[in-house]
Design a protein around this ligand. Structure first.
Ligand code: OGA
Ligand code: MN
Length: 282
């Protein structure tokens, strides 16, 4: 039976024990994980020894899996796995995000049906740094001044993968660009399971609040970006060998911290889709 062994963030992020990420997990365990996932937004599984096929099989119990648009960074054997890494093989990076600066972001906020979760497994860690910070955007929204909540509720904003890639990653190919054009999403998102509202924006990809004077939009976004990463909303995950982290991608954003680029870091991620009827953010 899965149990919580520690609460790590203020209102979110728990470490669980008594669970091995494997295809042999029980149905009850999956029910419990799904419930902890939406309740706590971030689950840390420790001391895992997982193969790629285990990671894929286990992730499938949580939902259908996305094949990421950046096909050049997929595992050659298991395309459901995206490599996040600075490791080079045959003169080319095997993974996305390398060791450069990474800004705060929601995975796939730029897609019409963004994934609701990501399961990230530590495969190879640098001796220091390379932490991942997570921000609880439900609490960030809840504690905003009422007049700000009123001002932003019911609005949409532009989300741009291109802007993120320009600032923090490498450009997409023409074909990938066609699959990830700028789009509008609700600025405050209602969680498809809990019904709670969360800020749905991120410094890495949110460029403009729709139907708002550009200057006012800029000021509001800057205010919200700063607000949403206040220390009380952030949990900073310092990775240990064997860690695997599952996050709720409908109400948390994240960013990787710096690490020494002469060290290798290699993470493996599956990307979990929402059930079709809950897939479009509202
Ligand atoms: C990701 C991501 C950060 C990290 O997998 O989506 O942003 O710390 N990873 O590797
Ligand atoms: Mn990410």
């Amino acid at each position: 039976m899965v149990s919580i062994s520690k609460q790590l963030g203020k209102d979110f992020a728990v470490e669980v024990s008594n669970i091995k990420i494997s295809p042999d997990v029980t149905e009850d365990d999956i029910i419990e994980i799904k419930s902890l996932w939406s309740q706590y937004k971030l689950i840390i599984f420790r001391d895992q020894e997982i193969t790629e096929t285990d990671l894929v099989s286990f992730s499938r119990y949580l939902g259908d899996l996305e094949i990421h648009v950046r096909t050049e960074y997929l595992s050659p054997e298991n395309p459901e796995i995206l490599y996040v890494s600075n490791v080079m093989e045959n003169g080319r990076p095997i993974g996305i995000l390398s060791d450069n600066e990474v800004g705060w972001h929601y995975d796939q906020i730029y897609l019409p049906k963004p994934a609701v979760g990501s399961l990230l497994a530590a495969h190879l860690l640098p001796p220091n740094g390379g932490n991942t910070e997570f921000s609880d955007m439900t609490s960030a929204f809840k504690s905003l001044p009422e007049e700000v909540k009123e001002k932003i509720s019911g609005r949409t904003a532009t989300q741009s993968y291109e802007a993120f890639n320009k600032a923090f990653s490498v450009p997409t190919s023409q074909e990938q660009k066609k699959k990830s054009p700028d789009i509008e999403q609700p600025l405050v998102r209602t969680h498809p399971i809990t019904g709670e509202r969360a800020l749905y924006l991120c410094p890495g990809m949110t460029t403009q609040i729709s139907d708002m004077d550009p200057l006012e939009s800029r000021e509001m976004l800057d205010y919200l970006f700063e607000w949403s990463v206040r220390p009380e909303f952030v949990y900073d995950h310092q990775w240990k060998t064997g860690d695997c982290v599952l996050w709720d991608n409908a109400c948390t954003m994240h960013r990787r911290g710096a690490f020494d680029s002469s060290e290798e870091r290699w993470m493996k991620r599956t990307t979990i889709l929402a059930p079709e009827e809950l897939a479009i953010p509202f």
